[in-house]
Design a binder for this molecule. Structure first.
Ligand code: CUA
Length: 172
């Protein structure tokens, strides 16, 4: 079959455009390192009693490695525990994995200025990992409408210098 020269050129351009579109979509999906929150955090048998479940510890900050921390957070109407009445404190240059669940209704858990952002669904534990390099204060907001005081539901994460976290243990 004889294909005209211009026809070949246009076929080539069309293929390049298609490949370019696919490359754009693939880059958008994996290039920026954005990960969806999956079900790796586990489930809670009795959603209203998360701390009774093996999948969830008492709310608080736990050190699990040299620069690794796990933070268990209850999102409830209308506060983060910990986070609202007392800030979540973690040291700079640490890797922090959040486990968040709700004993009442669906909330949001967004750490402003990071890529941490998830729905918090009763009975499900949302698991997210973030690295905090520099000291600073980060706001936590609930971005799912959860009731009359939804707009007041906020908290704070304080990323502090390494020695401030262990301040009561003396100089190290
Ligand atoms: Cu909790 Cu909105």
């Amino acid at each position: 079959m004889e294909v005209h020269r211009y026809e070949k050129i246009w076929i080539g351009i069309s293929l390049l455009v298609i490949v370019g579109w696919i490359a754009t979509v693939v880059f958008g999906a994996v290039g920026p390192g954005i990960a969806m929150v999956d079900d790796s955090g586990g489930q809670i048998a009795d959603p209203s009693n998360p701390t009774e479940s093996d999948a969830f510890r008492d709310p608080g900050v736990y050190q699990v490695g040299e620069n690794e921390y796990e933070v268990y957070v209850l999102a409830r109407q209308f506060a983060f525990q910990p986070g609202t009445s007392e800030p979540i404190r973690v040291p700079a240059n640490s890797t922090v994995t959040f486990y968040v669940t709700s004993p009442d209704v669906t909330h949001g858990f967004e750490v402003v200025g990071t890529n941490v952002n998830t729905m918090v669904i009763p009975g499900q534990v949302a698991e997210l990992t973030v690295e905090f390099d520099d000291p600073g204060r980060y706001g936590i907001v609930c971005n799912e409408y959860c009731g009359s005081a939804h707009h007041t539901m906020e908290g704070t994460i304080e990323v502090v210098e390494q020695d401030e976290v262990n301040g009561t243990e003396g100089d190290t």
